[in-house]
Design a binder for this molecule. Structure first.
Ligand code: GDP
Ligand code: MG
Length: 682
């Protein structure tokens, strides 16, 4: 079934393209992926999203809801290149998955719906691609639809994404069943006749392409100045240079559903997007052959959960930036823990094919013993490499979990914790006032999907309460606290006698504000002070840091601590370990809370940017409504048919807003929300 390269063959980095396909939901990402699978011979049948047969949407939730939720990975072969596709989830509730998938790719295809133009989530992802310096191509999709409007779509691209987007082909209407084909603007015939038919749309578009290239590429400019003609190969090379340098974004046209333009887009990926060695994280030449041998130091990032093995084992998806992996190798995580590589797999959606090794640039699934965590760096033992793991956005919405009978509480809690452990954006909280179990996530849909998963595991033994918005606590100033806890510990002996003894632990924790940096943990206990703990030091350190991470996420009454550095400065316990570990944790926890109080934290509420598209005659009532919700109106725009309002609003103000919006726009208004930071509460 596969025409892709032998999995164990390691292709040269310049022949590999790691790609994310990103877009607003419904633009056609999954359809495009399916088309690519068929066009490259990876799959014989075209799976359709609408009938739930798409190979990349393999999770049940995705097939039921018809949208992509988790990152899926596959690879295909095209013109002697290996294209590794990461199909990212489209919904913003899954923003952290999107973020992580973007970090591991070298280039991106951005899909735009030719009917709707640029939509809010595309714009949000585009900004992330900018921040990560990832070169990209645009595919304008759905040009088969009668309401498609390329000129308008291009105008929205120029206005909302980038002025550097330039068409490489244009749709030409014809009498075929689909109604159009794409004319290649680099086509030689067209180029030679360009001057003759200057009024022809293809010639105009071509002139614009060459002019734009001349503006950003010195070679093309020089050719013009010298009145030398440039060959197609030279133009291709120029487009590749400026695309990789991100001063140019090639735009291709087509219809994924009707299979128009897909092969040309694959060609463009091979021609214009960078290979794997150009990724910023692949440049670790300074670490190079640190140990004197020629093998580059290992650097790999665990970026998502992978498919399950046949035997039910859990895998993770990993991108190798430098170095190589082989089954049986011992690698280290950034917590300096050793992990043995038990199995490596080539991934195609949910199918795993065992391989024994892989090289730099690879994206693969693997299982380690002990298991490794999402966001971790894999490195060689003794290295201090950390491929900065993305700071996860904090959960903003929570719902209580109510077991039908009290006997089921433990069951529900256990299953919830297991699901949350696999998803760093789900947090389990306990309401301090009521004792309720709460699950917190990134949005309504995120929590709905969680509920479906829990229900599938447990059946109908719980209900969920209404949505509540979570806030966060951000320290204003540095603070530290030293806490000592003492207990009388009793122990019962074999002969039923009991003895009592004093036990105690002391801990010092310091906090510092770290704006926009999430959570940063530091172990700063001088080695001399841990001498008494020595035999247990690595485990104790891990347990303490994990406890802090969990305390910071739980925060105070559900309001997580954020944007801070936590430093453990002193730990001491007597009389004996490991019995004193719970006491140490208690001391650390109390010191953390005191330090947090001492930092005079500010309470902040989550905000969203709402984009509303609506008829012009509804603008006035909707603006009034938004203002009554403490919205800050960012922009009012649109075109002759529809108006568009962008506003920044506290999330709590727009929960369940859909119903009101419908009534104020007579059912004509639609809106999307994307997370937009935090605002201090009065
Ligand atoms: P995703 O959310 O970006 O993954 O989008 P999907 O691939 O799930 O597609 C969303 C909807 O658009 C589905 O109903 C597709 O059948 C439809 N669609 C995708 N591509 C095209 C296209 O080129 N033309 C038309 N007419 N419909 C398309
Ligand atoms: Mg999809």
């Amino acid at each position: 079934m596969s025409a892709s390269p032998e999995p164990s063959q390691i292709p040269a980095p310049e022949r590999v393209r790691n790609l994310a396909i990103v877009a607003h939901i419904n633009a056609g990402k999954t359809t495009l992926c399916e088309r690519i699978l068929v066009a490259t011979g990876r799959q014989r049948y075209f799976g359709e999203v609408d009938s739930g047969t798409a190979a990349m949407d393999w999770l049940r939730e995705e097939q039921e809801r018809g949208i992509s939720i988790e990152a899926a990975v596959t690879h295909v072969a095209w013109r002697e290149h290996r294209l590794q596709l990461v199909d990212t989830p489209g919904h913003v509730d899954f923003g952290s998955e999107v973020e992580r998938s973007l970090r591991v790719v070298d280039g991106a295809i951005v899909v735009i719906d030719a009917v709707r133009g640029v939509e809010s989530q595309t714009e949000a992802v585009w900004r992330r691609l900018d921040a990560l310096a990832i070169p990209r191509l645009i595919f304008v999709n759905k040009l088969d639809r009668s309401t498609a409007n390329l000129a308008k779509a291009m105008a929205s691209i120029h206005e909302r994404l980038t002025a550097s987007a330039v068409l490489l082909d244009i749709p030409i209407r014809d009498s075929s069943e689909v109604g159009f084909h794409c004319a290649d603007l680099l086509d030689a015939d067209l180029r030679s006749s360009a001057r003759a038919t200057a009024a022809d749309p293809a010639s105009l578009a071509q002139a614009r392409l060459l002019e734009r290239l001349g503006e950003v590429d010195d070679h093309v400019l020089a050719a013009y100045v010298e009145e030398r003609s440039v060959s197609v190969a030279e133009i291709r090379a120029a487009i590749r240079r400026v695309t990789c340098a991100r001063s140019f974004v090639p735009v291709l046209c087509g219809s994924a559903l009707r299979d128009v333009g897909v092969r040309r887009m694959l060609d463009a990926v091979v021609h214009y997007l960078p290979g794997t060695a150009q990724h910023p994280l692949a440049d670790r030449s300074s670490l190079g052959s640190a140990r004197g041998d020629q093998r580059p130091v290992l650097g790999a990032l665990v970026f998502a959960e992978g498919p399950q093995e046949d035997g039910g084992g859990d895998t993770v998806l990993v991108r190798v930036f430098t170095g190589a992996l082989a089954v049986g190798d011992c690698v280290e995580s950034q917590r300096s823990e050793p992990h043995r590589l038990v199995a490596l797999y080539d991934v195609h959606a949910d199918q795993l094919t065992p391989i024994d090794r892989c090289g730099p640039g690879s994206i693969l699934a693997l299982r380690t013993d002990p298991p490794i965590r999402l966001g971790d760096t894999l490195r060689e033992p003794g290295s201090d490499l950390v491929l900065e793991s993305p700071a996860f956005a904090a959960p903003v919405l929570a719902r209580s979990l109510e077991p039908d009978r009290s006997e089921n509480r433990a069951l529900v809690e256990q299953a919830t914790r297991r699901l949350a452990a696999a998803d760093p954006t789900l947090t389990v909280l306990v309401d301090e006032a009521t004792g309720d179990l709460l699950i917190a996530g990134m949005g309504e849909l995120h929590l709905d999907v969680f509920r479906d998963r829990l229900e599938r595991r447990l059946g109908n033994v719980f209900a969920m309460g209404p949505l509540r918005v979570l806030r966060r606590l951000v320290p204003r100033q540095a603070a530290a606290s030293r806490v000592r806890v003492e207990r009388i510990l009793g122990s019962v002996h074999d002969d039923d006698t009991a003895t009592l003894g004093n036990a105690g632990a002391t801990a010092e924790v310091a906090i510092e504000p770290a704006p926009d940096r999430g959570l940063n943990l530091r172990w700063a206990v001088p080695p001399s002070e841990t001498a008494t703990l020595e035999r247990f030091a690595p485990e104790i350190r891990r347990e303490i840091l994990e406890e802090i991470e969990s305390l910071v996420r739980r925060g105070a009454g559900g309001d997580a601590y954020a944007d801070l550095v936590v430093e453990v400065r002193h730990v001491e316990a007597e009389p004996s370990l490991p019995a004193a570990v719970p006491l140490i944790q208690e001391a650390v926890g109390q010191a953390l809370r005191e330090a947090m109080d001492g930092s005079q934290p500010r309470r902040e509420a989550p905000c969203v940017v709402v984009t509303v598209e609506l008829p012009h005659d509804s603008v006035r009532p909707v603006l009034a409504d938004l203002r009554s919700r403490a919205a800050e109106i960012v922009e009012i725009g649109g075109d002759s048919e529809r108006a568009r309002i962008l506003a920044r609003v506290p999330l709590a103000e727009v929960l369940g807003w859909t119903t009101q919006l419908r009534s104020r726009t007579k059912g004509q208004g639609v809106h999307t929300m994307i997370p937009a930071g935090w605002v201090a509460e009065a």
